[in-house]
Design a protein around this ligand. Structure first.
Ligand code: UDP
Length: 239
């Protein structure tokens, strides 16, 4: 007999960086295709799957603001970048046989549905992968916060945070050879020690709604699937 997935409904957070592979900017089609293949496989296991996608591979509000741009305008551009990523992911997922909908937090009706919570849930129930684009629709927020917000709204059991690092460390593993990875860590410790997981707004929202966050690397193939079956991949953030 096959194994049963541990979760019924998940919210997967993909950073923009995950889509660029070894490039310094933009979208690498081969990378997005591989990620889409994995997501489609998880979805075929019967897991209701929603995705929040970042935009940092194209545009980041804070970086542009630090170079003199108005922050709110720069953030709006960042949100538009996430819409581009959402469309790229949508077509890659459909190539792998998944039925998908993109819902945007900024109205763009020729391109994507508007974000409507109950409609998103309906899509999930009908076996469609829902991609949430444009973050929260508000400047000064991040797509990590959008992930926690949408996860709470749709009643996801877990936030799967796919990154380039294979979990949460007590210091930066790229610069500190003695950095130790946590198997599990509490929300409060993440906040108190400023551990690099998601921003504080996202963490406190996850804590408030008791949603665990699985932090794992997308560099290794098969990690999303492992996480779905409750195998240890990376770090679990919980209460
Ligand atoms: N952004 C925003 N509000 C949101 C989500 C995103 O203003 O609710 C903007 C912000 O400028 C951010 C950019 O969109 O820098 C891209 O999102 P993010 O940096 O979260 O993407 P990631 O780091 O996941 O690639």
């Amino acid at each position: 007999g096959g194994r049963t997935p541990r979760y019924r409904r998940i919210l997967l957070k993909l950073s923009g960086e995950a889509l660029m592979g070894d490039s310094a900017y933009g979208i690498e089609p081969r990378v997005i295709d591989r990620i889409a293949e994995e997501i489609a496989e998880v979805h075929r296991m019967g897991v209701e799957t929603a995705v929040v996608i970042g935009g940092g591979n194209i545009f980041r509000g804070v970086s542009a603001a630090s170079r003199g741009m108005d922050r709110a305008t720069a953030d709006t551009m960042g949100m538009l970048a996430t819409v581009m990523n959402a469309l790229a992911l949508q077509q890659a997922l459909e190539k792998h046989g998944a039925v998908t909908r993109v819902q945007s937090a900024i109205d763009m009706k020729e391109v994507a549905e508007p974000y409507i919570r109950r409609r998103a849930i309906r899509h999930l129930e009908k076996g469609r992968i829902v991609i949430f684009a444009a973050g929260t629709g508000l400047p000064f927020f991040t797509t990590d916060t959008a992930a926690a917000l949408r996860a709470a709204e749709i009643g996801a059991e877990v936030i799967m945070k796919a990154t380039k690092v294979d979990g949460v460390y007590d210091s930066d593993p790229r610069t500190d050879p003695n950095a130790v990875r946590y198997d599990r860590v509490g929300y409060d410790e993440v906040l108190a020690k400023h551990l690099k997981v998601m921003d504080a707004t996202a963490i406190s929202m996850a804590r408030e709604h008791n949603m665990s966050i699985v932090v794992f690397s997308l560099q290794e193939r098969g990690n999303i699937l492992k996480a779905i079956f409750g195998e240890t991949v990376g770090t679990v953030v919980e209460g």
